[in-house]
Design a binder for this molecule. Structure first.
Ligand code: DX5
Ligand code: ZN
Length: 216
């Protein structure tokens, strides 16, 4: 499968949100990544459901919603009603992950599980069969524009091996510090979806940057 690009709205110009959404619509981006933070699970607050509902009528790409919140299972129906295609919850924030994954799928969305940089992929042993996407954080969650954690490349390769050995088709998503250089190595290691915030939105011509990332 050709890798997907999911630009993160976190680095967009919020004063001109409609223009930023139209830019994404007119680009080769596959999805739009939406980072919801609660100031509890991560030391930052971003945006919530009113923003998802506001952009939904304008956005022509699937919404890839990444919840960096405590107890994300509480928000499944809100995320589904907002029109999300993917809902990703953190392993570290989910006490009843099996139930949460089933409920996300039951609400008609793809179910993703995110791992913080320190969380080993072995923690997925008894849940990976039920998961559509594993999102590996390649920075500590909470902020855009951070430096890529090198260990993420080798972690991606090990996760790819785990998925292949089990005969699964789970997708691997990488999030944080993705640029042209890290993207190339992550694709080689087995990444299927690349989230990229500041590298796309702070570049002179974001659509060209997305095109170049897509062409890797
Ligand atoms: C970080 C978020 C990321 C972030 C990526 O907590 O999950 O999606 O927006 O931003 P960059 O690409 O700038 O690292
Ligand atoms: Zn994210």
């Amino acid at each position: 499968m050709k890798h997907k690009i999911s630009p993160s709205l976190l680095s967009a110009d919020f004063l001109h949100l409609q223009q930023e959404i139209e830019l994404i619509n007119d680009s080769e981006a596959d999805w739009l990544h939406l980072d919801i933070m609660d100031g509890v699970f991560v030391p930052n607050i971003s945006f919530g459901f009113p923003i998802l509902e506001a952009i939904r009528p304008v956005l022509k790409k699937p919404m890839d919603v990444h919840l960096m919140v405590a107890d994300p299972g509480k928000f499944i129906s809100k995320v589904a009603e907002a029109g999300a295609h993917v809902m990703t919850v953190h392993y570290e924030a989910s006490t009843h992950l099996h139930r949460t994954i089933a409920a996300i799928k039951g609400a008609g969305m793809m179910a993703g599980v995110a791992l913080n940089p320190h969380t080993p992929i072995s923690m997925l042993e008894d849940i990976i069969h039920d998961v559509d996407i594993v999102l590996l954080m390649s920075v500590n969650p909470g902020f855009g524009g951070q430096h890529f954690i090198e260990h993420s490349v080798e972690k991606t390769a090990r996760l790819k091996d785990m998925i292949t050995c089990k005969g699964l088709h789970t997708l691997i998503e990488l999030d944080g510090g993705v640029n042209m250089e890290t993207a190339g190595r992550l694709i080689t290691a087995g990444a299927d979806i690349l989230v990229t915030g500041s590298f796309v939105f702070k570049s002179p011509i974001p659509q060209q940057t997305i095109k170049h990332l897509k062409a890797l």
